[in-house]
Design a protein around this ligand. Structure first.
Ligand code: 5GP
Length: 205
């Protein structure tokens, strides 16, 4: 019998350009865990190499707005003129099946999840410095300078919201950040409010 029957919802968030996508991908490349990535829905156009259904579900604005109206999204946000959101059903099904579900989302969305699911684990990925963040956003090369400026301004406001999270992980080196996230997940499993009920059941067997 597993000690923890119910899956854990792990929210990885932080400002744009902090490298949370890279950290999340590196986390999923690590062996020895059973994490499940929640594929988001977006109205943004696919970037080169991105695969529909794997990186995102790419939809039109009309399709996205229909999903909002139907209440099918756990959270959503408009980010630099595009919608991004988390399909609700898949997340709940996986959690019910005892899986660990990882959301990689921006800050507004993370705060919406927090207001609905306090039991989730909220991890804020932070840049080692403002200069590093600026450099990462500028060097990305996928956006125009207007969009870069907009994302930088947004990042400034978002860093102020780190105190709403449970953990802060500084993304100095990707592999260090992944080590810390894995340590956080392990520790969260051992929290009494999660583990004790399962432990008492084990003792009764
Ligand atoms: P990008 O366009 O670079 O893939 O993503 C832009 C931002 O949207 C990133 O900060 C990313 O983490 C965030 N994002 C991706 N999926 C979701 C989602 O489902 N909900 C929210 N709120 N943000 C998302």
């Amino acid at each position: 019998m597993k000690l923890n029957e119910k899956g854990l919802l792990i929210v990885i968030s932080g400002p744009s350009g902090v490298g949370k996508g890279t950290v999340r991908k590196a986390l999923f490349e690590r062996k020895g865990h059973n994490l499940d990535f929640s594929v988001s829905m977006t109205t943004r156009k696919p970037r080169e190499g991105e695969v529909d259904g794997k990186d995102y579900f790419f939809v039109t604005k009309e399709e996205f707005e229909k999903e909002i109206k139907k209440g099918n999204l756990l959270e959503y946000a408009k980010f630099v003129n595009n919608y991004y959101g988390t399909p609700k059903d898949r997340v709940f099904e996986k959690l019910k099946a005892g899986k660990e579900v990882v959301l990689e989302i921006e800050v507004q969305g993370a705060l919406q999840v927090k207001s609905k699911m306090q039991e989730a684990v909220f991890i804020f990925i932070a840049p080692p410095s403002w200069k590093v963040l600026e450099k990462r956003l500028t060097n990305r090369g996928t956006e125009t300078s207007d969009i870069i400026m907009e994302r930088l301004q947004k990042a400034k406001n978002e860093i102020m919201l780190a105190s709403s999270y449970d953990y802060i992980v500084i993304n100095d080196e990707v592999e260090n950040a992944v080590d810390k996230i894995i340590a956080i997940i392990r520790a969260e499993h051992a929290r009494c409010e999660r583990a004790l009920e399962g432990y008492y059941k084990l003792m009764e067997e």
